[in-house]
Design a protein around this ligand. Structure first.
Ligand code: TXA
Ligand code: MG
Length: 349
């Protein structure tokens, strides 16, 4: 693989639509040469490349070490760009676009002819979204191309919510990173399949099931998300993901029960980390205690989650115990990611 001198281009996200930004011009020049650059979105940082070029897509997979059977999301800045990317747009999908775009919602639609074959990993559908971030929007407009972009992490690691996270993972592997500060939502977009009879959530995310139902009627969760025995419909959901270096166990019980688990391990000489809500942080005694937002405001947990998971890698803990959160609203996305980081290991009181 080519070694790049990974540049970091800072852009204040309070941007003036009309102005020229040399940092963004720089990034778009790389993209037009079928190279790949990282950029911020409202969910997590993406690693973008020309969605019409197999050469560019190959570079995305290589930089991330991503399994090639896991398709990418195509990012657009206007609905006109959907021409050639999708083959048709069902009425329900139009309603969702009107209500949630730009925003953290990805729609799976029948694939159009122009999309590079490698983007969809051979599927007859394509995932598309319009990100709600001025830097992302300006970049897409400036290069005039739809951008295929997975999260800008090395495959398996927690998704990046700052340019620093991207740098840790992809330094030397890509020419540059547009740094627009910390992302907002903190977990990835909701992926919804619009090609079936009713809407199906393939990956819970920033837009909740309740919000989708209000706009477009009956919406179900992919059974593969709820039941270990069913294969998930979204190829990406079958992989271990979002994992810190030390093994994570989720603890479905009281803080006192979690502390007992910590104490037992400490007796055996192990160093223990605890991933907690702000409310319970002062209760625990462990080697590294990382609070990741408030139970009263699950959006704050989503916002801090990946940074918290990455922060354990700075400590030398042997095991991490994590609290569980209610699965309502954005809690469904939080628990989906936590269950993946824990590889499904949950200890019940
Ligand atoms: O918020 C996000 O969605 C971020 C930002 C950068 O936009 N992107 C992101 O991409 O999370 P990635 O590649 O990490 O996750 C894409 C997910 C994977 O689970 C993939 O399997 C699924 O979307 N996906 C993509 N195309 C699909 C398709 N045609 N059918 C079903 N699932 C698809
Ligand atoms: Mg990802």
């Amino acid at each position: 693989m080519i070694e790049y001198k990974t540049e970091v281009w800072s852009v204040d996200k309070k941007m003036d639509e009309e102005k020229e930004y040399p940092q963004i011009t720089q990034a778009s020049l790389w993209i037009k040469k079928n190279e790949v650059v990282a950029f911020p979105t409202e969910t997590v940082y993406g690693l973008g490349g020309n969605a019409l070029s197999d050469e560019a897509i190959e570079k995305i997979f290589r930089a991330k070490g991503r399994p090639s059977d896991n398709p990418l999301i195509v990012h657009i800045a206007s609905t006109e760009q959907l021409e050639g990317i999708v083959a048709s747009i069902p009425e329900r999908a139009k309603k969702l676009m009107d209500a949630f775009w730009p925003g953290p919602l990805t729609l799976v639609l029948p694939k159009g002819e122009d999309v590079a074959g490698r983007v969809t990993a051979g599927l007859s559908t394509v995932a598309v979204r319009m990100p709600d971030h001025p830097v992302a929007m300006k970049l897409i407009k400036e290069c005039g191309l739809p951008l295929a972009a997975p999260s800008a992490n090395v495959s398996g690691r927690p998704s990046p919510t700052t340019a620093q996270h991207v740098y840790e993972d992809l330094k030397g592997r890509i020419p540059g990173i547009l740094d627009g500060g910390a992302t907002g939502v903190g977990v990835e977009s909701t992926v919804v399949d619009c090609t079936a009879e009713t809407l199906v959530i393939l990956r819970p995310g920033g837009v909740t099931k309740e919000q989708l139902e209000e706009v477009a009627g009956e919406t179900s969760m992919d059974p593969g998300l709820l039941n270990e025995k069913e294969a998930p419909k979204s190829p990406g959901m079958k992989y271990t993901h979002y994992a810190p270096d030390a093994p994570l166990y989720l603890v479905d019980g009281s803080p006192a029960f979690l502390q007992e688990l910590v104490d037992k391990q400490k007796e055996a000489g192990r160093k223990i980390g605890v991933l907690t809500s702000e409310e319970n942080a002062s209760f625990y005694q462990a080697d590294t205690i990382i609070p990741c937002g408030s139970r009263e405001k699950l959006e704050s947990v989503a916002h801090h989650l990946y940074d918290a998971l990455r922060a354990f890698n700075e400590s030398d803990v042997d095991i991490i115990y994590g609290e569980v959160f209610p699965k309502k609203g954005v809690g469904a996305a939080i628990m989906n990611r936590l269950e993946k980081s824990a590889g499904g290991q949950i200890i019940k009181e």
